[in-house]
Design a protein around this ligand. Structure first.
Ligand SMILES: [Zn+2]
Length: 114
């Protein structure tokens, strides 16, 4: 399953990045561009499955934010939001110059304070 490897990868990355603080993570936020084909509900399901394997993750809240697709129009030199896979600027110029929408990244981590 695609999503389980994504979730596994996120927590492996966090474990490597914060070996001393990993146990104090309370919340992880992931940003996923709409072009990455990430579905938040499937990510949550995958996370639930991972918790079965690694119960220490049960205290962590996982949030997935979907980012709209943004492309750049060379004719007007501005960015526009791509809706319904219509890669055409308001001015009528087609553009596939994507500036946002393909990313999948950890955008925020919260730790237990003490
Ligand atoms: Zn334009």
């Amino acid at each position: 399953m695609h999503e389980i490897s994504i979730v596994r990868n996120v927590f492996e990355t966090l474990q490597e990045t914060y070996p001393d603080k990993f146990e104090r993570i309370t919340k992880v936020q992931i940003e996923a561009g709409l072009l990455s084909n990430i579905q938040p509900i499937l990510i949550q399901n995958a996370f639930e499955a991972l918790i079965m394997e690694e119960p220490q993750l049960a205290d962590i809240e996982l949030e997935v934010l979907l980012l709209p697709i943004i492309a750049h129009c060379a004719a007007c030199d501005k960015d526009f939001e791509v809706k319904r896979h219509k890669f055409v600027c308001d001015c009528g110029t087609p553009s596939k110059n994507i500036v946002q929408g393909e990313e999948l990244q950890i955008s925020r981590i919260e730790f237990l304070e003490n």
